[in-house]
Design a protein around this ligand. Structure first.
Ligand SMILES: [Zn+2]
Length: 196
């Protein structure tokens, strides 16, 4: 868990504030998990961003990661973005929103469109940034527990980020940034190193 009092926010490439948030529940002491989503945007990134910024849709995320790898911030990490809806995990029986960050990756969520290398490179940099806060002594320790798909916390209701999200690649590329060398090809290393 990252304590809310110590939480440092990733600096996105751009900011597009959404009104769809609330305060985190008083019960929430920190960030326990980060939830990976697909926008299900039918190829229209701008449309999905507008939707999350429109008052009354009641949906948002902390970050949106475009196919280009550009990261857009919609909601501050200290606040409760409305990304997971009805959901539960471990001892959290109501929505997980108050205890999580939500990242929306631009993708059709049709089970066919693959995520781009730039999106995995962005995801790895984002993940490493937060894991270093979650466990400064051993940031790799909870890599496989700290990140969940929306489908994990809302089974039967949500399928994103879908079967095309490659958890193994995400774990390896994040691990590489956290000094887990030797599992990456030179090409993969270059893609991650060159992401900005
Ligand atoms: Zn989702």
């Amino acid at each position: 868990m990252i304590n809310l009092t110590n939480l440092k926010q990733f600096k996105a490439h751009s900011e597009s504030p959404s009104p769809n948030f609330s305060k985190r529940s008083a019960k929430a002491k920190g960030i326990r998990w980060i939830i990976i989503h697909a926008t299900a945007d039918a190829g229209n990134e701008r449309g999905s961003l507008d939707w999350m910024r429109q008052s009354g849709t009641n949906v948002s995320a902390h970050l949106m990661i475009k196919r280009s790898g550009q990261v857009v911030r919609l909601v501050r990490d200290s606040l409760n973005a409305w990304h997971a809806g009805e959901s539960s995990w471990e001892d959290v029986k109501e929505s997980v929103n108050s205890h999580t960050l939500g990242w929306e990756f631009s993708n059709r969520n049709d089970g066919r469109e693959t995520y781009t290398f730039a999106q995995y490179a962005a995801a790895a940099h984002l993940a490493a940034f937060y894991l270093r806060q979650e466990n400064p002594e051993n940031p790799r320790k909870n890599l496989r527990k700290f990140f969940l798909g929306h489908s994990h916390v809302s089974p039967g209701r949500k399928v994103d980020p879908n079967r095309t999200w490659d958890w193994d690649r995400f774990n390896r590329w994040t691990g590489y940034l956290l000094d887990e060398k030797g599992r990456m090809t030179e090409v993969e290393q270059r893609i991650v190193d060159e992401w900005k």
